[in-house]
Design a protein around this ligand. Structure first.
Ligand code: HEC
Length: 184
């Protein structure tokens, strides 16, 4: 038989245990999300480039512009170099050695004639996406940069990836192997 006065004595610890249990469950549910948020710098997608294992960052189309560029014939392309937040901060602080975690993406399109205005040029089909990732330890042999060149989301062959650093090293060594300067 349960006496009426024993009820509150019983329910007090039970409530504490229940609340504690709920807290633990809530914590355990949140921790993986918090960890993944903390670790996820820039999520990536698709296949990795040969040699470097660089992938296309998922959200690069939302990244800030560093500068546009144009490539004469035969490629005849419009280009835009964009960067993640680490890159933009480094540019704005005038840091010459880009910090680890910097990602630069060069977008490129065929030059197309505007259907609406004779002298206007607009982006046509996207051609390549080129990526440079700074990780001074992983890519120590190539100035701290990993390279990736992608067509329709697929990395191009290893031979092409062997050319990347050579040209960037020969022409842009004094600027941490990066050609593009922040557009005024
Ligand atoms: C023959 C020289 C040359 C080669 C080879 C080359 N690049 Fe570049 N790269 C450039 C130039 C010049 C720019 C400046 C932007 C422009 O004019 O398109 C550039 C810009 C870039 C940028 C933007 C950041 C910056 O340095 O301005 C990325 C990213 C990039 N290249 C990736 C690559 C990858 C990946 C490869 C190899 C698959 C590669 N590049 C091979 C000359 C080269």
């Amino acid at each position: 038989m349960t006496s009426p006065e024993s009820e509150p004595k019983k329910s007090f610890p039970t409530t504490i245990i229940a609340v504690a249990f709920l807290l633990v469950v809530a914590l355990l549910t949140c921790v993986p999300y918090l960890v993944s948020i903390a670790l996820a710098g820039d999520p990536v997608t698709g296949d990795a480039s040969p040699i470097f294992g660089v992938t296309v960052p998922v959200n690069y189309k939302q990244w800030e512009l560093i500068a546009p560029a144009e490539e004469a014939a035969p490629l005849d392309e419009l280009r835009a170099v964009v960067g993640n937040q680490v890159a933009i901060d480094a540019y704005q602080d005038g840091k010459l050695s880009f910090p680890n975690g910097t990602i630069l993406v060069k977008r490129a399109w065929k030059r197309a004639q505007s259907p609406d205005f004779a002298s206007a040029t607009i982006p046509g089909a996207a051609t390549t996406v080129q990526v440079m990732v700074k990780d001074s330890r992983k890519y120590a042999a190539t100035g701290g940069w990993g390279f990736g060149r992608f067509i329709n989301g697929k990395p191009v062959d290893e031979a092409q990836h062997r050319t990347c650093f050579a040209c960037h090293e020969a022409r842009a060594r004094g600027h941490d192997y990066v050609f593009t300067r922040l557009a005024p």
